[in-house]
Design a protein around this ligand. Structure first.
Ligand SMILES: *Cc1c(COP(=O)(O)O)cnc(C)c1O
Length: 369
């Protein structure tokens, strides 16, 4: 161990703030620019905004307020309680659609907060028509995903109950991230065929992936989520989307360790040479996935530094041998301009959606615009 390491990192302490926390910076001007880019990509459709799961970890209230200023009028959440919170921050003429349907909530709750359920089952349809026969709703048809949505063979039964047409007829693509998949056209065909039962209802089938499958898939409304945040399937070069969130974590220690040592729980990384390890204040309790163990990278001191050893609850260890100037209190970037969201997600065997939406309550969030 080099004698000076551990003592050379003089830092200035501050008063009652706590600078050594993992934190995100969320640039709302980029959310707005992504929304505008998507809207001009589908000029004939309404561009809704999916802000479920706290806007995929970007802050539902901040994102929705920004997009309202950009002219967004339709917002999607997953749960009624998300819709209630959203209702307080968007203009009263905004439409708030709840993907998961009634969720066991009385239809009166939806009317009280001016929420529109997406009805996915005959059970929900029965409840809704019994209590709220006149209120607007969406109907979700399953056209091949086998997840949520009314099977098309139940349309007749549904129509016997429904007293007025859905304000939105929607379906969801299972393989939109693969433009070659024949399932995309199959689902679109099944959807437009079923839609002939509801000639007065606007149609929507595309989330972000569907945006890039061609104008046939845009229909009356598109429902991007991850694209607003700069992730998801790669857009065409004509539609430039930029990641919105930067995630950084503080360096808590910098120590040089001799060849032959082992790093972290389970000793899963063997030091094959003398190595400078920077230990960062972030872990799986913050939503930094444990599957980044021995596979993630961070940007530190102007270099890509690999995560070595296992991710623990509050800490990760990175090989900072190349980043010679690194000091305690410096910040490493885990997602951001130098560390691409989808490329990083692939290292953990997942998708960008999971990385941002998993970011947890200990992360200090900052919004800029
Ligand atoms: C989450 C969700 C979306 C948004 O998906 P992205 O891939 O993030 O654009 C759209 N529609 C439905 C039904 C969803 O569940």
């Amino acid at each position: 161990m080099s004698p000076a390491s551990g003592t050379s990192n003089a830092t200035t302490l501050t008063g009652n703030t706590e600078p050594f926390r993992p934190s995100t910076v969320i640039d709302l001007s980029i959310v707005a620019a992504n929304y505008r880019a998507i809207r001009s990509h589908c000029p004939a459709s309404v561009t809704a905004a999916v802000v479920k799961a706290d806007a995929y970890g970007h802050g539902m209230a901040e994102v929705a307020a920004t997009l309202s200023e950009e002219g967004a009028k339709d917002f999607f959440v997953a749960y009624p309680h998300e819709g209630e919170a959203l209702r307080r921050v968007v203009p009263s003429d905004a439409n708030i659609w709840v993907f998961n349907g009634l969720c066991g909530t009385l239809p009166g709750y939806f009317e009280a907060h001016a929420l529109r359920p997406v009805l996915n089952t005959l059970v929900d349809i029965n409840h809704w028509t019994e209590y709220s026969p006149k209120a607007p709703y969406a109907l979700h048809l399953d056209t091949g995903m086998s997840r949520l949505g009314l099977p098309t063979h139940q349309i007749d039964a549904a129509q016997k109950r429904l007293t007025h047409p859905p304000s939105l007829l929607m379906s969801h693509l299972a393989q939109a991230d693969d433009p070659e998949a024949s399932a995309n056209v199959d689902q679109l065909d099944a959807f437009t065929a079923a839609a002939t039962h509801f000639p007065d209802s606007p149609l929507s089938i595309s989330a972000t992936g569907g945006l890039w499958l061609g104008a046939d898939f845009h229909l009356d409304m598109v429902r991007p989520g991850i694209g607003l945040y700069g992730g998801g399937p790669t857009p065409p070069t004509t539609c430039d989307l930029t990641p919105v969130l930067t995630l950084t974590a503080p360096v808590l220690s910098v120590e040089t360790h001799p060849k032959g040592g082992r790093v972290g729980y389970g000793g899963t990384h063997l030091l094959e040479a003398e190595t400078t390890i920077a230990t960062l204040g972030i872990g799986y309790a913050d939503g930094y996935l444990r599957t980044f163990s021995n596979t993630g990278i961070v940007w530190l001191g102007g270099h890509e530094c690999p995560v070595i050893g296992r991710v623990s609850m509050d800490l990760i260890t990175v090989d900072a041998t190349r980043a010679k100037t690194v000091r305690i209190g410096d910040r490493a970037t885990l997602l951001g301009p130098e560390i691409d969201l989808e490329a990083q997600a692939m290292r953990a065997g997942t998708i960008g959606y999971e990385l941002t939406s998993a970011l947890g309550g200990r992360i200090c969030r900052n919004w800029t615009r």
